[in-house]
Write a protein that binds this ligand. Structure first.
Ligand SMILES: *[C@@H]1O[C@H](CO)[C@@H](O)[C@H](O)[C@H]1NC(C)=O
Length: 203
């Protein structure tokens, strides 16, 4: 009897040790707690399931990544049902405010904006001003540095620069003789072009 209870204690202790040693953050990342969980844990595959959409993973450079899948805009649903993946490198998690500090976005989010429904996700870009604006994209053959032009590096090439401008500004002030209009996107959170690192907020 003594032996059995000793064994049970040992097993429980071993289980706690295993849980404790299973790293629940990436080496350079924030502590990962509920509702987040760490994917791809080789040693504890049984723990690799959790709240869907809240799985984080570690990159080869030990950063913490959240992958969000955005559905296509309603107007494109007849053409594609594929989800668009965007990966965010997470610097900090504020569990009290339910927000994530994003240091970089992997991939070209501004290029996806015409196609994705940015609001069909449990995470929203925090916007200190509550400002959502329509933006117009321009493709320019000259480099410009006006403060209201947001340079989209990942869409630009050495000979053509792509800029996004709040459509309300564009309407009256820009002599864009060397630029052609590409498209307009309604309801873009101000933070998306103006602040990276930025905050993603759980809603
Ligand atoms: C910008 O315009 C040039 C010339 O028409 C074109 O080659 C290039 O692909 C355009 N860039 C984008 C991102 O559409």
């Amino acid at each position: 009897m003594m032996m059995i209870s000793y064994l049970i204690r040992l097993i429980i202790l071993a289980a706690f040790a295993a849980l404790g040693s299973s790293s629940n953050n990436c080496p350079h990342g924030p502590k990962i707690r509920f509702p987040f969980w760490l994917k791809d844990q080789q040693h504890h595959p049984e723990h690799s399931s959790g709240y869907p959409g809240f799985g984080l993973s570690c990159t080869q450079t030990d950063d913490t990544v959240l992958e969000l899948l955005f559905p296509p805009k309603a107007s494109l649903l007849s053409q594609t049902k594929l989800l668009f993946s965007v990966k965010f490198v997470i610097k900090e998690i504020d569990y009290k405010l339910q927000s994530l500090l994003v240091s970089t976005v992997d991939g070209c989010l501004p290029a996806l904006l015409p196609n994705i429904d940015l609001f069909a996700s449990p995470f929203h870009f925090q916007d200190a001003y509550g400002q959502y604006d329509e933006y117009t994209y321009f493709n320019c053959s000259t480099t410009r540095s006006d403060y209201y032009l947001n340079h989209i590096h990942c869409l630009s090439t050495p000979s053509y620069q792509v800029y996004a401008v709040q459509s309300s500004i564009e309407a009256f002030s820009i002599p864009l003789f060397s630029c052609t209009k590409m498209f307009q996107i309604p309801s873009v959170p101000f933070a998306l072009f103006h602040f990276i690192p930025t905050l993603l907020e759980l809603v």
